[in-house]
Structures are given as structure tokens and as C-alpha cells.
Design a binder for this molecule. Structure first.
Ligand SMILES: C[S@@+](CC[C@H](N)C(=O)[O-])C[C@H]1O[C@@H](n2cnc3c(N)ncnc32)[C@H](O)[C@@H]1O
Length: 317
């Protein structure tokens, strides 16, 4: 049975078939969609499950959870919880679930989040400088910027945005904060545009793209979420259970790869030791060492998929 929602067209799920194939093999299994979004992937999982199969969706965005509640009302095999995936253990415990057959993560933000100017993720439409995925907790970017040093801010923009002009951008942002002119996304866009030297302003993505990405990652502690969420997912998998993760930029993908690699090759003995003395044994294996990318056909219809990287690993024991 195909489960349709009027809202679902607003987020085109990326790598739909390879992602669902990667972590959802047993129709009677119990699965977690750790980033429900608008449920594009979740609906595809449910289409594969038998009447005995179960899917638990998580999202930290209350609007995504409302969409999940609508789906749960249509399909008794599905339930949703408002939770950050760093709290995966607690969410599974609260749902009364033990070990699971697969967990999928589709990281980052959804199209509805980007398109809603009121959420403050985008410079295409002016809105309050917020960027929280969970607007019911934490502080918006414009408030966080009032309590950060120039050095820390430059470091965030450099690390999470791969931005070579991070120093001058940070200086310009904090000057605008002091002048009371850093409360709207259009102000941030304008300040970054003028902080970047002329030769960096044109050709390629808009010069503010990297700074917006960096501030979003910072305010939502996305790297900390990935660390805790992926580790919890690996712990909660049954032997043979699968982890599938889609990331959208190199920093995210590196973090995911390193977390899995630490379970695939856990030995911490110095390289000159003739045999392993630490006794650590692998708990995961790569299903495929290289990440999977979208085909040209998918990129043509869904440009967001251009930067998507799918990694898949399996629990050994
Ligand atoms: C790329 S979208 C997922 C789209 C979804 N796969 C679909 O097909 O509609 C990412 C979603 O994950 C949520 N999200 C991001 N980080 C999260 C976290 N740490 N915990 C829970 N949800 C998170 C976002 O709020 C957003 O709704």
C-alpha cells in the first residue's frame, strides 16, 4: 500500500532506493528512521515491511513530528518520537524497543526547513536569524553570536564551513552584532558578502553559503549529535543489522566514516607491535568501503542529491 501525504512532495528524499535497500532487509524487522523529516524515506521503508514489521521515526523538529503523527495515525506499524538522535538509546527504551535490525540517518536539514523563512536557515528569503532545528529548545543563532569571541567564531566558520576567509567574516559579523544589526538572515548574508574579497564573491555558490552552513552546524551541535547518535545506533543493532548514513558535506562524512572505522578496525596497538595486545575486536564491517553517490539522473531531477554520500556498515556480533 502506498502511503501518501500532501506534505511529502515538499522534500524529495535523496538516494531513496539505495538507502532503503541498505538498511531494511527483513520485512518482519524493527527499524529506526533517525531523521524522519517529511517521511519520504520512512514511507518507502513501510512499503517494504510486512504487517509484523515496525518502524520508529525520530526528529528533533516539532513540525516534522507533526507530519510523523499524521503518518502514525494511518499506519499502526509506525510510531514517531520528538527526540534528537543523540538520545537514540533513551528513545528506544521509551518505546520499549531492544535491539533493532537497522537504523538510517539522512543528515542535515529538510527542504521545508530551508524554505520556511521563519526558521532562519536560508538567505534566499529574509527571516529571523534562528537556525535551530528544534525551535523549542536552545538559543537562536542571533543570541548565541552575542556571547562568542572572534577567535571561536572564526574557528567555527573555518571548521564547519571550510571557509578560507573565516577570520575576516567573523570580525565583520561581530562588528554588526555590536551595532545591533545581526538579527535577520539578510543582514548575515550582506555582511558575509562584503567581508569576502571581491574575487571570492562571484562564480560558484553564494559566498554566504559556507558561513550559513557553519553556523547551522554549530547552533545545532550537529557534530556532537553525529558522534552520540551513530555510536548509539551501532550499539543497538542486532548481529547482521545495518547502519546507513547519508551526509551532505565532507566534514560530516569524515566524522561518520571515522566513527564506523573505529569499530571496523578497533585495535589501538602501536603499528610496530608484531601481534595485537589490546584485545579489541571488530564489532562492525563495511558493507561497501566507498560511499555511494547519486546517479546523474537523480542529480538532474533533485540537485540536492549532488553532494549526498551514503555509507553502509553491518553489525558483526
Ligand atoms: C534531510 S532531512 C530528512 C528527510 C527525510 N529522510 C525524508 O525523506 O523526508 C533531515 C531531518 O533530520 C532532522 N534532524 C537533523 N538532525 C537531527 C538530530 N540530531 N536529531 C533528530 N533529528 C534531526 C531534521 O530536523 C530534518 O527534519
Amino acid at each position: 500500500m502506498a502511503l501518501h501525504s500532501p506534505d511529502v512532495g515538499r522534500h524529495a528524499p535523496v538516494l531513496l532506493e539505495p538507502f532503503v535497500d541498505a538498511y531494511c532487509a527483513d520485512p518482519d524487522g524493527c527499524y529506526v528512521d533517525a531523521t524522519f523529516g517529511r517521511g519520504g524515506h520512512a514511507r518507502a521503508v513501510l512499503e517494504r515491511l510486512s504487517p509484523k514489521g515496525r518502524l520508529l521515526g525520530l526528529d528533533r523538529d516539532p513540525e516534522a513530528v507533526r507530519e510523523g503523527e499524521r503518518l502514525a495515525a494511518q499506519d499502526g506499524r509506525f510510531c514517531i518520537r520528538h527526540a534528537a538522535f543523540a538520545d537514540l538509546d533513551a528513545a528506544l527504551d521509551a518505546a520499549g524497543w531492544g535491539q533493532v535490525h537497522g537504523v538510517g540517518f539522512d543528515l542535515g536539514v529538510s527542504s521545508p526547513q530551508l524554505d520556511d523563512a521563519g526558521r532562519g536557515f536560508s538567505f534566499s528569503n529574509d527571516g529571523p536569524l534562528d537556525m535551530r532545528m528544534d525551535s523549542s529548545s536552545g538559543k537562536p543563532v542571533c543570541e548565541r553570536l552575542q556571547r562568542i569571541s572572534e577567535r571561536e567564531l572564526a574557528d567555527i566558520i573555518r571548521r564547519f564551513g571550510d571557509e578560507r576567509f573565516a577570520g575576516r567574516i567573523a570580525r565583520a559579523i561581530l562588528k554588526a552584532v555590536q551595532e545591533g544589526a545581526m538579527t535577520r538572515t539578510s543582514q548575515l548574508e550582506n555582511v558575509v558578502f562584503h567581508a569576502v574579497p571581491k574575487q571570492g564573491r562571484f562564480g560558484g555558490a553564494h559566498p554566504a553559503t559556507r558561513t550559513f552552513q557553519a553556523l547551522r552546524i554549530w547552533v545545532n551541535d550537529e557534530m556532537g549529535q553525529i558522534d552520540s547518535g551513530i555510536k548509539a545506533a551501532m550499539r543497538r543493532l542486532l548481529p547482521g543489522g545495518r547502519l546507513a548514513v547519508i551526509s551532505f558535506h565532507s566534514g560530516e562524512d569524515r566524522r561518520v566514516r571515522d566513527l564506523i572505522e573505529a569499530e571496523v578496525h578497533p585495535c589501538i596497538c602501536p603499528p610496530d607491535f608484531p601481534i595485537c595486545a589490546c584485545g579489541r575486536v571488530a564489532s562492525m564491517r563495511w558493507v561497501q568501503k566507498k560511499p555511494i553517490r547519486a546517479t546523474d539522473d537523480e542529480v538532474a531531477v533533485n540537485p540536492r542529491s549532488r553532494s549526498a554520500l551514503l555509507r553502509i556498515a553491518e553489525r558483526l556480533s
